[in-house]
Design a protein around this ligand. Structure first.
Ligand SMILES: Cc1cc2nc3c(=O)[nH]c(=O)nc-3n(C[C@H](O)[C@H](O)[C@H](O)COP(=O)(O)OP(=O)(O)OC[C@H]3O[C@@H](n4cnc5c(N)ncnc54)[C@H](O)[C@@H]3O)c2cc1C
Length: 471
């Protein structure tokens, strides 16, 4: 049996490869860079554990915990310190804890009476039924008010997408919010009455989903999957062209200065939208993925700093703080990494992970490391009372970090669906299509396996079941 080519050894590609191999379907993974994990990057150094890409994995679907078990990583799973539940949003130049219970909303300093009344009014705001696609900003102002956008949603959007709320589509970037309005007529009513429906579907809302990592950071997951896949993962192999022949796909790639080609039964593209737009694809029916080059992937710098505890006035007990643009800081937010997972800093120290850039200040992300440390320290001084020099500093620049599901993103998704329907055996999966979170990418990797398996079973009678590990 010819193998399935998987382009990209980020979490989507590795999840897909892992489960295909487990089902007895041979795979070859092509990864352009010299490492696996894509944007996931954990670094253990000087007693600190720095996480530059995603920090936590949300268990939004049973497929997430299943993957952890199937990979044999259950014993390395690390749940956050239960004391680190508090989330802060900056207002009046200081972090204010978000209310953890509904009643707390009415006593918090985070919102004025006007915003609180807007929340009480929301269930009576009629749903919009004219099919006009709104930005998340338009949606929130219509259903709540401007203050709610400026002081809460703007910060949340920066934390998830490093995005601009006036551009991000509520339909594509926050489909569950839109669904609450569509199905229940209101977000508040949907929150109250939707829990039962979510339970039936086996889904867990993102704000309630348990989050976790691993003893040595999230990099443990791609590293483990890659180890179990062995030499089917080819590093430094950049795929440049795909050619569809009857019953097979030719993959052309560059590796170590050589131009190579291989025959495959099918191809899963699990890279980025921008690289997909550059890929030359010759299929029997013509497809056009070039417009995907228009998708915005703003740059982000992740800045991880260590401090002695006595040099930080704030307790840093909690998940972290989100910062709305209106507060005028340079950083988008900070994760209190060593409160969340105590093994992330030596005793008596804090690890703080901050982000700079995104759609808010794209020009700042590419500043020199020294300048990034300086800007971050300056903001942390005001917000957390940080003094003195960091005891650890490291940063990673992501020139193209997270795709922006802006208003009109449906056009790109339609092009992807069209390409798949015209080019049988070509499958598109990952963060640029099925949701930008790590858990979305894992679920996308699992789901594409089912689609590929269907094709493979149609073409060849019975691939052998082959568990990679037994547990
Ligand atoms: C700074 C940052 C912070 C984040 N924080 C969180 C978080 O806290 N929680 C969360 O849930 N999510 C977070 N995310 C999002 C999440 O990490 C990603 O959505 C997810 O990891 C994407 O995985 P992927 O496999 O789809 O893509 P990627 O990780 O981008 O991997 C794609 C891979 O494909 C390779 N590739 C591309 N084209 C080719 C080609 N032609 N040939 C060969 N290889 C190719 C690339 O080199 C890359 O390794 C964050 C993302 C960033 C950037």
């Amino acid at each position: 049996m010819k193998s399935v080519a998987i382009i990209g050894a980020g979490i989507t590609g590795l999840t897909a490869a892992f489960y295909l191999k487990r089902k007895g379907i041979p795979v070859t993974v092509y990864e352009a860079s010299g490492r696996v994990g894509g944007v996931i990057q954990s670094l253990r150094q000087d007693g600190y554990l720095a996480e530059f890409g995603p920090n936590t994995l949300l268990e939004t679907s049973p497929k997430i915990s299943q993957l952890v078990r199937d990979a044999g990583l259950q014993s390395r799973r690390l749940d956050p310190d239960p004391k680190a539940e508090a989330r802060y949003v900056v207002r009046y130049q200081r972090p204010i804890a978000m209310p953890s219970k509904p009643l707390g909303f009415f006593t918090t300093d985070l919102f004025t009476l006007k915003a609180k009344l807007a929340v009480l009014r929301e269930p009576f705001v009629p749903p919009r039924r004219d099919n006009v696609e709104e930005s998340i900003a338009q949606f929130v102002v219509r259903r709540f008010n401007q203050e709610f956008l400026d002081h809460a949603i703007d910060a949340l959007v920066a934390g998830i997408y490093a995005g601009d709320p006036y551009k991000l589509s509520v339909t594509h970037a926050f489909p569950k919010l839109k669904a609450l309005e569509d199905n229940y007529g209101s977000m508040i009513k949907g929150q109250l009455f939707g829990a039962r429906d979510r339970k039936k579907r086996g889904e867990i809302a993102k704000d309630r989903a348990p989050k976790f990592s691993f003893d040595e950071g999230l990099q443990v997951l791609p590293d483990t999957l890659a180890r179990q896949l062995g030499d089917t993962v080819q590093l430094g192999a950049c795929v440049t062209r795909l050619v569809q022949n009857p019953g097979e796909w030719i993959v052309e790639y560059k590796q170590g200065g050589a131009e190579l080609r291989a025959e495959h039964a099918a191809v899963i593209y699990a890279g980025t939208a921008l690289k997909l737009a550059e890929l030359k694809i010759e299929s029997r029916q013509s497809i056009d993925l070039a417009p995907l080059s228009e998708i915005r992937y703003p740059p982000v710098a992740s800045v991880v700093l260590g401090f002695r505890r006595e040099d930080v006035a704030h307790s840093c007990e909690g998940f972290g703080m989100l910062i709305p643009r209106i507060e005028g800081f340079k950083i988008l937010g900070t994760i209190f990494s060593s409160s969340l997972f105590p093994n992330r800093a030596p005793a008596g120290h804090h690890t703080l992970t901050s982000y700079i850039g995104g759609e808010r200040y794209p020009e700042l992300a590419s500043l020199s490391p020294e300048k990034l440390y300086e800007l971050t320290c300056e903001d942390l001084r005001v917000l957390l009372g940080v003094r003195g020099k960091p005891t650890f500093q490291h940063c990673v620049f992501y020139p193209r970090a997270i795709p922006q599901y802006n208003v009109g993103y449906g056009r790109y998704r339609a092009l992807m669906a069209d390409a798949e329907s015209k080019a049988a055996g070509l499958f598109l999966a990952g963060h640029y299509r099925d949701g930008v979170s790590l858990s979305d990418s894992i679920v996308s990797g699992c789901n594409v396996v089912e689609r590929v398996e269907k094709l493979m079973r149609a073409n060849s009678p019975s691939p052998r079941e082959e568990p990679i590990i037994s547990q």
